[in-house]
Design a protein. Structure first.
Length: 538
């Protein structure tokens, strides 16, 4: 599969122009309309002087203009940088300056939030405001950094001049996605057109997406898993329904009202959705999970609540967009598995020396193939750490060739059984080292998730004067419910070896804190509890 990421929209528009492509609130765009507006967006950027491979940042909630700006930048020959709308000014400034963004597409409301930092964004040449007339401000009265014009997106899109796009091939940059990261500043993962197009074709093939699917986009478009909802739908000629939800009930209602057939989520979201009263005639055909392991108890609850929806458990990393999936028919036979490689990818389990692990031997998950991204933006050191040549013995079909294939090392520990099905063990930065043992937090969390009273549970390692790290579990109950800590500790003592029993279980009121991608913010919880076992200062 080759081509550019925006080409699929144009191809579907030529084949089935009247099929609905985007839905947002009461607005509906078919593929012919989407393709026309895409070309207008590209023209807007070219008239502002956008050069080949220059970056266009999109700092908006999910709405049609965000999609048009992203794919319009690609159509013009530029690179789109989706920015999570939940990020604050300083975080946005880091992204805008790190990859030298030339054009920013945002709203007047968000532009006001960025005022204190815009003067530091020296590469900015134009700012487009979306939503004027929707109660979010007037671009003509918005303040801007000196010399940077602030323009009205809707007005600019009305004056099309058919400027010629820059020549781009599928090996070129298409997007930069900033990962939240476990430490330090977010890193920009550079994705090529080939990465995005191949990933979309692969995912659409095993989900069996077609023009009849209606996919609800609830995850941030700045998250690789969220962006995949767009690229996969456009590859299949399906419909994307954009939703900026506040509560799980908003998703529940949208599924019914929009007759959604496909829904993607991360484990914290699934735990919330599993407890809702889904009707017997729910239109969902499939569910997908990534961004962390789904607890078995949550999966069982979802299967009971949505018996007609097929669950696809997936594993991915931004550096390779998507890596594995477990077919629904294997769920009962292989509990806890993340499956095998998606089409057109190969997943290896390797030892530290780069050699292949035996069956059931833990090793690092390494991804090779067309989905491996181009590396980290402006960071050759971190790129060299994560993107490395394969061991000579693994390059079976490249002996004698004058190059070495670059694969991506995930940093995640997995094992593969005798039939090649993979099982996630831990992420290196989440491992707990206590009493000389390396402990996977997932093993501890699974025991707690088995209790009906627990909605969320996260095991973290915090400094301890004698153990190295002690295990602290932060757990939350259902609304108006409660947790009995002694009962939970007793369950841990029954089911876990002594060194894995939490030193403390903390009951957290309400939902656990999230990072901008909707995952539980383990780093914040670690910071909150890092001094819990410290010896008092004399």
């Amino acid at each position: 599969m080759n081509g550019l990421v925006h080409d699929r929209i144009v191809a579907v528009a030529q084949r089935t122009p009247d099929v609905q492509a985007l839905a947002y609130r009461t607005e509906r765009l078919n593929y012919a309309q989407l393709a026309t507006r895409l070309r207008c967006a590209a023209d807007v950027f070219l008239r502002q002087g956008l050069q080949r491979a220059q970056r266009v940042a999109v700092y908006l909630e999910k709405r049609p203009e965000a999609v048009l700006a992203m794919f319009g930048a690609s159509c013009a020959g530029g690179v789109f940088v989706p920015v999570n709308p939940l990020l604050k000014a300083e975080q946005v400034r880091h992204i805008l300056t790190d990859c030298s963004v030339t054009i920013l597409v945002t709203s007047a409301e968000r532009l006001a939030l960025l005022q204190p930092v815009l003067a530091q964004c020296n590469s900015l040449r134009a700012i487009f405001l979306v939503g004027a007339g929707d109660g979010v401000g007037n671009p003509r009265t918005a303040a801007s950094p000196a010399g940077v014009p602030v323009l009205h997106w809707q007005e600019a899109c009305q004056n099309v001049s058919s400027a010629v796009s820059h020549r781009v091939i599928d090996a070129d940059m298409a997007a930069i996605l900033y990962t939240s990261g476990s430490t330090g500043k977010p890193k920009g993962v550079v994705l090529s057109h080939r990465n995005l197009v191949t990933g979309a074709a692969s995912v659409a093939s095993y989900l069996e997406n077609d023009r009849h699917d209606r996919i609800l986009a609830v995850l941030p478009l700045s998250f690789d898993y969220g962006l995949s909802q767009l690229t996969t739908a456009f590859h299949a000629g399906a419909t994307v329904v954009l939703l900026n939800h506040l509560l799980p009930r908003d998703i529940f209602n949208a599924v019914q009202q929009e007759q959604i057939t496909g829904l993607a989520g991360v484990p914290p979201l699934w735990r919330q959705l599993a407890g809702l009263p889904w009707p017997a005639d729910c239109p969902l055909r499939y569910l997908t999970n990534s961004g962390g392991s789904m607890p078995g108890s949550t999966l069982q609850q979802l299967q009971q609540a949505l018996p007609k929806a097929q669950p696809y458990l997936m594993y991915g990393l931004t550096e390779a967009f998507r890596s594995t999936y477990l077919p629904p028919e294997e769920l009962a036979r292989r509990p806890g598995s993340i499956g095998k490689a998606i089409p057109n990818a190969e997943i290896l389990v390797l030892r530290p020396d780069g050699s292949a692990c035996d069956a059931d031997e833990p090793g690092e998950l390494v991804h090779r193939g067309a989905l491996v991204s181009l590396g980290y933006w402006n960071d050759p050191v971190k790129t060299a750490e994560r993107f490395r040549p394969l061991h000579p013995l693994l390059r079976q079909h490249q002996d004698g060739l004058p190059f070495s294939e670059i694969a991506v090392w995930s940093g995640d520990t997995v094992r593969a059984d005798a039939e090649g099905f993979l099982y996630f063990i831990s992420r290196e930065d989440e491992m707990i080292k206590s009493s000389g043992y390396r402990i996977s937090p997932g093993e501890v969390e699974e025991v707690l998730h088995a209790h009906a009273s627990v909605v969320e549970a996260v095991a973290i390692g915090v400094p301890h004067p004698t153990l190295g790290q002690a295990i602290v579990v932060v757990a939350s109950a259902h609304e108006n419910g409660s947790l009995d800590v002694e009962v939970l500790l007793a369950a841990c003592r029954r089911q876990l070896p002594g060194y894995m029993v939490p030193a403390r279980i903390v009951v957290h009121a309400g939902s656990l804190p999230r990072n901008p991608n909707g995952k539980i913010d383990r780093n914040l919880l670690r910071l909150q509890w890092q001094d819990h076992f410290s010896e008092p200062t004399p």
